[in-house]
Design a protein around this ligand. Structure first.
Ligand SMILES: O=P(O)(O)OC[C@H]1O[C@@H](O)[C@H](O)[C@@H](O)[C@@H]1O
Length: 299
């Protein structure tokens, strides 16, 4: 799921850079199609002022690719059921899960359009692009066994390609960060401009998440805990889920200073790397050690 989210978001950045899509909240102010200053007044909200280009929608793309992975993964269990009742149950689950999938996607799309941050075609494009990325990964089983080297190579590729693309176009006098001044100019409240939403902030977050995942999955802590004998126990899994959710909430309290841009990027990378590392390696290892100690005491 993290692979799909990261690569999906990276493609979203590249598509945004290629498509040069405007966002409604600034477009209505600049377009010449409304005569005599009769442009409609679009209400803005604290989350309206996204600073990147608008097409395709990153939220729609992220949501559709991640949910697509979850739904297809869940359905791959029920498809193994063979008797007649099980087939009916599979069909019911199929309809239920895909209905949920589409309700979520439509809600995300409507909300992005409602807050004036996207045009309808941008969110629709986002949903289908996300499904495409997720479907491509269904046919890439190699990610399941990727080594740390592979994670680092992928990270370097994603970073060098995006930076190279940005710099090459800059040499041609095309500024891919053209949307940031527009956002700053037309956002109703300067406090709503968030550095988190700039194209490079997203890139750094994604690189951090993939690196943290690679580090976690290839660590001794992961092998000992998630590949050990406890890993199949329901109690181990439930404890891991609960502890991970609690720890992730704590990460939300860490606010990264935004006054120095480079420091922001470095800290943002570290925070994004720490999150999957915690969930994949640290938490399971702690739970595993705790269970081992308790078992010893009971014996
Ligand atoms: O394109 P949307 O739906 O406004 O989404 C923007 C978001 O898109 C994501 O892809 C980026 O990682 C975020 O940094 C950004 O805020």
């Amino acid at each position: 799921m993290i692979w799909v989210a990261v690569i999906g978001d990276w493609f979203n950045l590249i598509f945004k850079w290629i498509l040069f899509g405007h966002r409604p909240y600034w477009w209505v102010q600049e377009t010449m199609i409304y005569p005599n200053q009769s442009s409609p007044c679009l209400e803005q909200f604290p989350i309206t002022c996204e600073t990147g280009p608008g097409s395709p929608s990153g939220h729609a793309m992220g949501s559709s690719c991640v949910w697509y992975v979850m739904v297809t993964a869940a359905l791959s269990y029920t498809v193994r059921w063979k008797d007649k009742l099980a087939v009916t149950l599979h069909r019911l689950t199929w309809s239920f899960l895909w209905s949920i999938f589409w309700i979520i996607q439509i809600s995300v799309c409507i909300s992005r359009v409602f807050i004036a941050t996207h045009f309808p075609h941008q969110v629709i494009l986002g949903v289908f692009a996300g499904i495409l990325v997720a479907e491509a990964f269904e046919h890439t089983p190699a990610i399941q066994t990727a080594s740390l080297r592979m994670y680092i190579k992928t990270n370097l590729f994603l970073f060098i390609f995006a930076l190279g693309f940005y710099l090459s176009l800059k040499l041609l006098d095309i500024d891919l960060l053209w949307s940031v001044p527009k956002a700053k100019k037309w956002c109703a409240n300067p406090d709503w401009i968030n550095i988190d939403t700039t194209p490079f902030a997203g890139l750094v977050r994604n690189l951090g998440a993939l690196f943290g995942l690679g580090l976690g999955i290839n660590s001794e802590m992961f092998v000992t805990s998630c590949k050990g004998k406890n890993s199949c126990k329901l109690s181990f899994r439930i404890l891991c889920i609960a502890a991970s959710l609690a720890t992730l909430q704590l990460y939300n309290f860490i606010k990264i200073p935004t006054h120095t841009e480079y420091l922001f990027y470095i800290l943002s990378f570290c925070k994004s790397a720490a999150m999957p590392l915690t969930v994949v390696a640290l938490v399971p290892y702690c739970v595993h050690s705790l269970m081992k100690t308790t078992e010893k005491k009971l014996n």
